[in-house]
Design a protein around this ligand. Structure first.
Ligand SMILES: NC(=O)c1ccc[n+]([C@@H]2O[C@H](COP(=O)([O-])OP(=O)(O)OC[C@H]3O[C@@H](n4cnc5c(N)ncnc54)[C@H](O)[C@@H]3O)[C@@H](O)[C@H]2O)c1
Length: 348
């Protein structure tokens, strides 16, 4: 899945303000930016993110973390004035589709109002570009098999509606002020640091958690529903490219693989990694579930030089390897500590 597209020129040593930096996608994005020589301020209120996600960046002089709420306008503007970023990557938000339905006011403030605050601050501080984490949820349940950016946008719930409202708002700012805006419509993102404890997490993090514990997974319907699963490493690279390519046209871009995989495919890949795993339990299909979703990533390839590198097989093996390492480290007792561990505990 290596890119054959010509790679556009990117800016070196950019100053980037990253909201939602301690989250799943944010922490991977922060690492990729810093690894590529950019200077990053990560802002997060740790509501769903974790400081431990940023362990790899601890002590790195090109990364600074600020614990703050994006809705705290005074504080946000102060950070903007001090740091004067070239680009803001805005990932902080309410991510749970179910919570967005149940608590529309929170959905509005986090997924729309915060976007407006960020755009106003960007304009006031001469920030050149805003990259926004939108979602394939803006399309809703389309008949089309391959979804491209000109496909109709008919979100079926408040989460997708808020993402679409934010896109429109940001693109309105781009037409009104000297501000570039790139809205990235991520499809189904998976990878390590996605919290499986959250019942609204992606299916892959839930499956991974259950397979590693030797428990059966639950598949709704016949398992033939398909999704376009994209690795978080590819999404982080898309964020980096969107933030740093020199020339850009404001607009919305799909971030996807262009390949759909069924839930049964995902189960099979996990079964090949965990051959002893019990068979899945099949349950009645969920009302209103979208059956098929696959993105066309042509625009992102053309405009950002982005194409996915990570195959599903590699992405899932990678996820399992990272999880095994984390479990091993959590259970590891160093030789120095071992002598202080009570005998009974050490024997377990
Ligand atoms: N994960 C996916 O499959 C997916 C798909 C499409 C779009 N997105 C979007 O990508 C973005 C990142 O999602 P994620 O999966 O990494 O979720 P996440 O929950 O891991 O990350 C969101 C981060 O934002 C922080 N945050 C929330 N409210 C905040 C506030 N008021 N102030 C400061 N920080 C705040 C959280 O603490 C968390 O660290 C979200 O905007 C989400 O809607 C995610």
């Amino acid at each position: 899945m290596k890119s054959n597209s010509p790679q556009p020129e990117t800016r070196n040593g950019a100053r980037i303000l990253l909201t939602g930096a301690a989250g799943f996608i944010g922490s991977h994005t922060a690492e990729q930016l810093v690894m590529n020589g950019h200077q990053v301020i990560g802002l997060d209120n740790l509501s769903t993110g974790h400081l431990s996600n940023l362990n790899n960046l601890r002590g790195n002089q090109n990364f600074e973390f600020i614990e703050a709420n994006v809705l705290d306008e005074y504080r946000f503007n102060r950070v903007m004035k001090q740091f004067q970023p070239h680009t803001i990557i805005h990932l902080a938000g309410l991510v749970s589709v179910v919570q967005a339905q149940q608590e529309p006011a929170i959905n509005f403030s986090l997924n729309v109002q915060a976007t407006d605050l960020i755009a106003r601050s960007a304009v006031a501080n001469g920030t050149r570009r805003v990259v926004f984490s939108s979602s394939a949820a803006v399309y809703g349940d389309l008949e089309e098999y391959m979804i491209h950016e000109d496909s109709p946008t008919r979100p079926i719930g408040l989460y997708g509606a808020a993402k679409l409202a934010s896109e429109n708002l940001l693109l309105g700012y781009a037409r009104s002020y000297p501000l570039e805006v790139v809205c990235l419509r991520y499809f189904n993102v998976y990878g390590d640091r996605q919290d499986p404890k959250n019942p609204y997490s992606g299916v892959i993090s839930i499956f991974s958690d259950r397979f590693s514990a030797g428990k059966p997974v639950k598949v709704f319907g016949d398992g033939e529903q398909t999704r376009d699963f994209v690795s978080v490493r590819d999404v982080a690279r898309a964020n980096r490219l969107a933030a740093t390519v020199n020339e850009i046209q404001s607009g919305s871009r799909n971030i996807c693989t262009g390949q759909s995989r069924s839930i049964n495919d995902v189960v099979q890949i996990f079964q090949s990694i965990y051959p002893e795993a019990p068979n899945p339990d099949y349950a009645e299909s969920r009302a209103g579930e979208i059956l098929h979703s696959c993105g066309n990533g042509g625009y992102a390839a053309m405009m950002l030089g982005f194409e996915p590198y990570v195959s599903m097989e590699d992405g899932l093996s990678d996820l399992v390897a990272v999880q095994n390492l984390a479990n091993y480290s959590a259970n590891f007792v160093s030789p120095a500590r071992r002598s202080t561990v009570p005998k009974e505990a050490a024997a377990q």
